[in-house]
Structures are given as C-alpha cells and as structure tokens.
Design a binder for this molecule. Structure first.
Ligand SMILES: *Cc1c(COP(=O)(O)O)cnc(C)c1O
Length: 360
C-alpha cells in the first residue's frame, strides 16, 4: 500500500458485529447513523458493510445522502437535518427521506414532488434544537395531512440527556413524545427515539427502531455497557526522528517542556493538522514498543514530540499507536478525549483528511 505517515486502520468486521449485537440486544429495527463520514470511519465502506444488517441509514446533511446514492446505496436514507426549502429539489431527485420540522419546508417539498415522498417528522420534546414543538405537534400533523404528496412514514424525537446517570429528563421527553403519538390516528409505522446511549440503557425509548451512531463504531457513549462492543478504529503513526537533548533544553514551540536531565526524545508524525488535538500538548500519551510514552511540549501542526526512556530500543520508522492497542497496552478514544478535554465523538470526527484509512 506504499508509505503511510499517519493512518487509521478500520475493522469493518467489528462495525458489522457491533451493529448485529445492538440489533439483537434491542430486538428492534436498526437505523444506522453514518453522518460525518461515519464518525471518521469512512462512510462508503461502512455503509457497504452495514447494508445486510440495517433497515435504514441516517445522515445529517443532504450532501451526505447524495454521496451515498452516488456510491450506489439503494437503502432508505434519512436526512436528520433537512429544513431549507431550496434543498427540497435534491431530496426528491435523490429519493432521500427528509426530516420535517417546519411547515415551510413541508409545503415546498410537496410542491416540488412529482410522486409520493416518504418523510419522518421530528418532534421536539426538549432537545430544543430542531423539530416541531411537541405541544403543537398534533395540530401540525393534521395540517400536514393536507399535503397530498407527503407520506408520513415515521416520527422521531431526540433525547438530550440519555448519556447522563440522571434519567429524569429522558422520561419527561418520552412522556411528551408518547402524548403526541397517542393522538395520531394514522401514519408512522416507524417510530424512533434511541441514540446509542438510549439503545444501551433505556428500553422505554425503543419504539420501532433504534438510531445509534457512536456505538456502531465500538465506542460507548456512557457508563452503561450491557453488551460487548469492539472499537473499530486504530490510529497509528511512525517515529520520524530520534534525538537526545541536554539538561535544561526546551522542546517544541514555546519551549514549554524543559528537560530535567539529558533526555531521549522521539518526533512522531502526527499533529493538529491531522486532527490530533493540540490540547494533548504536555498531557497526551502514545504507545511505542507496547509502552506508554508522554507527549512533551506543544503538539505542532505536523508532528509531536514524546519522551523516550533511556532503555527504549526504538528506531526511526517504528510504529506508534495514538488510539488502539499495541501488544498488551491500549489507549482508548475515551482516554484521548478525556485528556484533551472533549468527547470521543469530537476526536473521531476531527481525524483529518490527510490521514488515509486502511480497511481490514
Ligand atoms: C447523531 C445523532 C444520532 C446518533 O447519536 P449517537 O449518540 O452517536 O448514537 C441519533 N439521532 C440524531 C438526531 C442525531 O443527530
């Protein structure tokens, strides 16, 4: 495959097994969320892999849906955030399943549709970032019935606190959602609310289908771990330079690390230009030769520096693991996120375009 500087290895088998495990555990239909390039795992290979397991794919944007159609994906594709009227034409042209969250978009969609368009209606039960407000939803749905070319296939809501220990607001949201569903006479064979956190911990949120993203990739959104998930992504790079610095010398921009004694250091070929967080400056760790080694000084755009032990038997070109396992040691994406002061979702989706993906 030629020379790779830094790259990720994606285990498609793990993604498929995770999807099967979630489907078996919940016993529901599966809407696989593959937005943001399948959380940095590469949307086309991931989607191809999941085709036999899932009932529907979900993406965030119309462009993401169109890209899947152009890659030959024929399964239903739900666009979670579609609301601008000028996007209605593309929805129809590419046979995407849009989310309805306001009247203007629904009306426009009905106008441009040449045949029946299946839609899902997003009910805002407290996330308060999109959707039809729950207390006005029944009235809205009655009005929607007057648009002859829209077929309401599904209803969904999104939970704001499913990953928190205190689940009280989840149940307030589910009560609001259920109060709307009770009033709906017809339509909506596909009702869904559960993201990964709810799919793993809140059976009351299951309805007809679950809608996980993160967990498909083998990462847990919260402390509840009722099933075994396999992390699908390993992020690797290589040592690009090895040096020895004298006591009192500094390392990298700003010389924020000062060597307390003669110190062996290695430059590793990854930086914030690859999506490796600059927040890991002085706090991150990597795996070299199966052992943890600390990042010293500031993470640069293209490279970072780690401190070696005097006894480390390493050479330029050796493998470095940033996320994943090396021999018996592991750095999880959760650990990296914690050290960088963010969440696993952000670490995965920020892995840069400069980082090629190898599929295994
Ligand atoms: C991103 C997203 C999901 C998936 O959430 P995870 O926490 O990754 O499982 C589900 N539903 C909606 C509306 C989303 O935006």
């Amino acid at each position: 495959m030629g020379y790779f500087r830094t790259y990720t290895e994606i285990d498609l088998g793990a993604i498929r097994r995770n999807a099967e495990a979630i489907k078996a555990y919940t016993g529901k239909r599966l809407i696989a969320v593959v937005k943001a390039d399948a959380y940095g795992h590469g949307v086309v290979p991931v989607t191809e892999t999941l085709r036999p397991v899932v009932d529907m794919f979900a993406v965030a944007t119309i462009a993401e849906g169109v890209a899947l159609r152009q890659a030959g994906i024929r399964e239903p594709i739900l666009v979670l955030f579609s609301s601008l009227s000028e996007q209605a034409v593309q929805i129809v042209a590419h046979e995407l399943t849009p989310t309805i969250g306001d009247w203007e978009f629904a009306d426009r969609l009905n106008d441009v549709a040449s045949k029946i368009v299946r839609v899902h209606v997003n009910i805002n039960t407290g996330m308060n970032r999109s959707g039809v407000y729950w207390a006005e939803a029944v009235q809205f749905l009655n009005r929607l019935q007057t648009l002859p070319r829209l077929d309401v296939e599904g209803f969904f809501t999104h939970l704001a606190t499913a990953d928190e220990t205190d689940k009280r607001f989840v149940f307030i949201q589910l009560d609001r959602f259920s109060s709307v569903l009770k009033e709906i006479a017809n339509g909506g064979e596909l009702i869904h609310a559960a993201n990964s956190a709810a799919a793993l911990a809140i059976p009351e949120a299951y309805f007809d289908a679950v809608r996980p993203g993160l967990s498909l990739y083998g990462v847990y959104p919260a402390s509840e771990r009722p099933i075994k998930l396999e992390p699908a992504l390993t992020w690797k790079t290589r040592i690009g330079w090895i040096g020895s610095i004298a006591e009192g010398e500094g390392v990298s921009y700003g010389l924020t690390y000062k060597a307390p004694r003669q110190t062996r250091v290695a430059m590793v070929q990854v930086g914030y230009g690859d999506g490796y967080p600059r927040a890991l400056s002085g706090v991150g760790e990597v795996l070299i030769g199966g052992a943890r080694r600390p990042i010293i000084g500031r993470v640069c755009m293209d490279v970072s520096v780690v401190r070696l032990e005097p006894t480390d038997n390493v050479s330029v070109g050796d493998a470095v693991v940033l996320i994943g396992k090396q021999q018996n040691t592991e750095i999880t994406v959760d650990e990296v996120a914690h050290r960088a002061g963010t969440i696993s979702y952000e670490i995965l989706t920020q892995i840069g375009a400069r980082v090629p993906k190898k599929y295994i």
